[in-house]
Design a protein around this ligand. Structure first.
Ligand code: HEM
Length: 432
């Protein structure tokens, strides 16, 4: 959850990188840290093959995360949970389900835009993405439960990166209360599912991430040693990284609005797909969206420039030496992704949005480009996130042209647009 460590870290990493070089000592969040902007060193840290590192988060985040949180686990249990959630999120059946859900969402939301004098892209993207997230995690659709989750989650997020003081009224206090309410609701949903669990014939297909955690045989075996609300804690906590899709959707609109040549190429490619579908009468499949080559380049370039996760933090459980660097026990090491993404030795003119730079490059095997982390904690939602961005872009650029108002990217408490990216839209005529 490097996304919650904001502007101070961005500035420190950028300054340190420029002044000291690729790996340097610093002092962040009140503790000594080693900052690595060296992708090779980052790779070894993320692989964590000897289990020498544990994730580290600011105090307010630690207060919100449960003791048996996926984000803090290590070893076999983490491996099991990570594998189970990743395989579910990468499954073709989930992708097919999410494709029609997100497609409908995109069309419904976008249909209302033509009547709005200003569309706040960030608000719209947040709502669209959150509806999918809640469906993937808990199968909750629109209605009372959804509204409760939406409202309480908002409160939780506000407290996540607040001053770590707990007293009635403080942001962190309210975040903890919001988490309790969310857990209560989720516990109720899980209780309703429990009778099915004991009847193997009655299980049916796995619906969502909650089912995955409830049913996985190895996690169930371990569950005897885990708190009874292990699943509900983890479901709430998975909403936190899931929210990052909002930033990717919003910033794609920002970067494309500033880059008319790239936008025109994207429109051409997506219009072609739209025409094909109209002629054949076939439904879109998830493969249609992820097979558009230029759209994939736009997604890579958006993720590179957006730097949604600027860094991930690890605490050394023992003295560690990697590639000649010594990391003392208990020190934190910050694997920074921001600096490698903006390194002009790797990317010509790195501050320029240029999707063509990805020509002939496979971003999924590029160890210099790690928007979704890597190794043991590689984001389980990465394929789902890319699919959602592709669907969003397709429906946006084949429906509207837009003009963005003045706005700027801010990095605290998460990467977002200061004014929520207001745009005016004009429908594209059907003949174009
Ligand atoms: C553009 C969108 C996204 C970006 C940039 C992103 C990025 C990342 C990164 C960098 C990590 C690694 C953190 C670390 O090493 O400590 C991560 C982990 C994670 N992400 Fe994502 N993510 C995105 C979307 C999602 C979505 C949609 C979900 C689904 C709910 C998700 C769920 C998770 C989870 C559960 C982890 C923790 C994995 C673990 O610790 O084993 N993410 N994400």
């Amino acid at each position: 959850m490097g996304w919650v460590v904001g502007l101070w870290v961005v500035m420190s990493i950028s300054f340190g990188w420029w002044w000291y070089g690729k790996v340097f000592k610093s002092h962040l969040l009140g503790r000594p840290v080693i900052v690595s902007t060296d992708p090779e060193l980052n790779k070894v840290i993320l692989q964590n093959q000897k289990g020498a590192f544990l994730p580290y988060y600011p105090k307010s985040v630690l207060e919100v995360l449960g003791e048996s949180s996926m984000f803090l686990m290590n070893g076999n249990l983490h491996k099991r949970v990570h594998t189970a959630i990743s395989s579910f999120m990468r499954s073709p059946s989930l992708k097919a389900q999410i494709t029609s859900l997100f497609e409908n969402n995109a069309k419904l939301f976008m249909a209302t835009w033509k009547d709005k004098p200003l569309v706040y892209v960030q608000d719209e993207a947040k709502e669209m993405a959150f509806q999918v997230l809640v469906k993937v995690l808990l199968s909750i659709g629109p209605g009372e439960d959804y509204n409760l989750v939406r409202g309480e989650f908002e409160v939780l997020m506000k407290g996540l990166m607040s001053i770590p003081i707990i007293f009635p009224g403080s942001k962190l206090y309210r975040a903890l209360k919001a988490k309790e309410k969310l857990m209560k609701l989720i516990n109720r949903i899980l209780e309703e599912r429990r009778p099915e669990l004991d009847k193997p014939e009655g299980k049916g297909a796995v619906r969502d991430a909650a089912d995955v955690l409830l049913r996985d045989p190895e996690i169930r075996k371990e569950a005897q040693h885990l708190p009874s609300d292990f699943v509900s804690h983890n479901i709430v906590e998975m909403m936190i990284p899931g929210e990052t899709v909002t930033a990717a959707l919003t910033l794609s609109v920002k970067f494309l609005g500033d880059s008319p040549v790239a936008l025109n190429r994207l429109v051409e490619e997506n219009m072609e797909l739209k025409r094909e579908k109209a002629q054949s009468g076939d439904e879109y499949t998830w493969m249609d969206y992820v097979s558009l080559p230029f759209t994939q380049k736009v997604i890579n370039e958006t993720l590179r420039m957006a730097n949604i996760i600027i860094s991930v933090w690890r605490r050394a459980l023992q003295d560690v030496e990697i590639k000649g660097y010594f990391i003392p026990k208990d020190w934190c090491v910050v694997a920074a992704f921001l600096a490698p993404n903006m390194d002009e030795k790797t990317y010509d003119n790195p501050y320029h949005f240029d999707p063509w730079r990805w020509e002939g490059k496979d971003a999924s095997v590029n160890t210099l480009f790690t928007p979704f982390g890597g190794g043991q904690r590689l984001c389980p939602g990465h394929e789902l996130a890319r699919l959602q961005i592709a669907i969003f872009l397709h429906h946006l650029v084949t429906t509207y042209r837009w003009v963005a108002m003045e706005d700027e990217i801010v990095y605290f408490p998460t990467v977002q647009m200061k004014r929520k990216l207001p745009i005016t839209v004009a429908p594209i005529s059907p003949s174009s």
